[in-house]
Design a protein around this ligand. Structure first.
Ligand code: SAM
Length: 289
């Protein structure tokens, strides 16, 4: 058994060399070479010996190895076939790891959870995500209402800030509402570029999402709610009134929109970025009528 963690510069280089592995930028391959960062991520994720874990993109197994040491079981989805023999070798000593050669975006995660974890077991997603598809991956996990308890992911700092943002901040937008409708979102760690091989061009943060049992607001129609939210952020510097008028052109005239905004008790001259989730819900419900 190799006692040195995979997440060190020397061991990572050794593994890459042994297998003649070359990074594919198109797959967002930036591997972590600092074991302390990984331990922090696992702590923030709330992984303990009773938890099941899903990892997206194990790479050569740096994070997978640390999860395997702390969790009951890890199931990892890796799209790059070249990594499978490497993972078989690097994670060979762990019998609680199962690697699937699958694209997470097309995987039947619900089926995998049912097949691979114990009934009633907490299932936590932990990953250093490929940055080119961060949002599609997270939105799939959230919108499919998968039976998972939390998601803790390393992503681009700017995207993490947007997902966890509060009203009246630069980062607040439709992505904040989409994520916070399903989860309680928090940026838990900022991470320097130096912990990756190769180093990415962007700054990174770890985002923790705790799944909500119920959405924090009640909406008549979810698609309609999200459409209204997107519309109000359409042109950030314009007022609510202007953005809504554009969105409902041909469907609802300005005076009708004004009446409904009055009814919702929302000033039409406000900007989308000042509305709370509750106000967006109220607005969408009144416009839906
Ligand atoms: N977990 C490793 C680490 O932290 O060192 C590697 C993380 S690297 C940022 C992202 C990994 O996701 C790569 O191994 C890449 O091949 C994989 N990946 C990219 N797109 C994927 C997809 N659609 N489904 C599953 N894995 C994917």
């Amino acid at each position: 058994m190799n006692t040195k963690p995979i997440a060190t510069p020397t061991r990572t280089k050794e593994i890459l060399q042994t297998y003649g592995f070359s990074f594919k930028k198109s797959l967002g391959q930036n591997f972590i070479i600092d074991v302390n960062i990984l331990k922090n991520i696992i702590g923030e994720a709330g992984i303990d010996s009773s938890a099941g874990a899903i990892e997206i993109g194990p790479g050569i197994g740096a994070l997978t190895e640390q999860i395997a040491k702390h969790a009951d079981r890890v199931v990892a989805f890796e799209i790059d076939q070249r990594l499978l023999p490497i993972l078989e070798d690097t994670l060979g000593d762990y019998d609680n790891v199962y690697v699937m050669n699958q694209d997470i975006l097309s995987a039947d995660v619900e089926r995998v959870v049912a097949d691979q974890f114990k009934k009633g077991q907490k299932v936590r997603v932990v990953a250093n995500l490929p940055y080119y598809i961060t949002t599609p991956i997270l939105m799939k996990l959230l919108m499919d209402r998968l039976p998972i308890d939390s998601i803790t992911v390393m992503i681009q700092k700017e995207v993490a800030d947007r997902m966890a943002a509060s009203p009246n901040t630069k980062s607040y937008g439709s992505l904040s509402i989409a994520v916070q409708y399903y989860t309680e979102a928090k940026v838990v760690l900022n991470v320097p570029k130096t912990v990756f091989m190769p180093q990415p061009n962007v700054d990174s943060s770890v985002l923790h999402l705790e799944m909500r049992d119920e959405p924090p607001v009640q909406v008549e129609d979810e698609d309609y709610f999200f459409d209204v939210v997107k519309a109000t952020f359409g042109q950030r510097r314009k007022t609510l009134m202007n953005n809504l008028a554009r969105h409902f052109k041909g469907e609802m005239d300005k005076s009708e929109i004004r009446t409904r905004l009055d009814e919702a008790g929302i000033d039409p001259s406000r900007r989308g970025e000042s509305l709370t989730m509750e106000e967006f819900a109220q607005l969408a419900n009144i416009l839906y009528k």
